[in-house]
Design a protein around this ligand. Structure first.
Ligand code: SAM
Length: 210
């Protein structure tokens, strides 16, 4: 899966605003993130995990948040760094595998996952959730935007059921909200538009950090 993402990002040189072949790359922040921020749901040091070309991280940095974006695809990080340079935005970007994130322990107050969780199944998902626990400070909040089972079936990201999210954020987490919402983008074979999604907000329970 990591190779798939890397090949999509590597097909375009850094410097553009949007990667045509990447249905998830909309050239700006996801509207749901804008809503979350306006509602006061983002605080402290922020991790944008699976940040892609960095638009969500750059949006928050532009509002004054201290943000780090991590992605496993080196070409995604090259695109993100080029955008940060072009816009003079003080935001860090680095290559890392979200299933481990060694070196970032107990650091973040808010974690944003826009389109990453639904790329993981089985043991990869469990490793990822463990890694999320390790990077959050006590009481940290994780916001997840993931394609839902209300989306048309077909290739592309997993379509998650409500129970998938409830099981993923079980022991060690308190699910504060789990609601149907929307993400902007394009599923394979569909034009750009609104994709049915879940928005989950979960809080790391005291004493649950790895
Ligand atoms: C659907 S894209 C979403 C990108 C970005 N968050 C956005 O909203 O535009 C999923 C991202 O997760 C990254 N990714 C996939 N597996 C990963 C892993 N194991 N560790 C870190 N990032 C990963 C991909 O490279 C890709 O950039």
């Amino acid at each position: 899966m990591a190779d798939f993402f890397e090949s999509v990002y590597a097909a375009d040189p850094p410097g553009g605003s949007r990667i045509e072949r990447a249905g998830w790359d909309i050239g700006g922040p996801q509207p749901v993130l804008v809503e979350l921020e306006r509602a006061g749901a983002i605080s402290g040091e922020v991790l944008d995990v699976g940040c892609g070309t960095g638009d969500n991280a750059l949006y928050l940095a532009g509002l004054g948040y201290q943000v780090l974006g991590l992605d496993a695809a080196p070409s995604a990080i090259a695109h993100a760094k080029a955008k940060a340079e072009r816009t003079h935005m003080p935001v860090g970007f680095a290559v890392a595998d979200a299933r481990s994130m060694a070196g970032y322990e107990h650091r973040f107050d808010t974690v944003l996952d826009s389109g990453l969780l639904h790329t993981f199944g089985g043991s990869d998902r469990r490793r990822y959730i463990r890694a999320l626990r390790s990077v959050g400070k006590l009481g940290a909040v994780v916001h997840v935007l993931a394609v839902s089972d209300a989306a048309p079936p077909g290739p592309g990201p997993r379509r998650l059921a409500q129970q998938d999210l409830r099981s993923a954020f079980g022991a060690g987490w308190v699910i504060e909200t789990l609601r149907r919402g929307e993400m902007l983008g394009a599923l394979p074979g569909h034009p750009h538009g609104v994709i049915p999604a879940w928005l989950l907000t979960a809080r790391l329970r005291a004493g649950a950090g790895a």
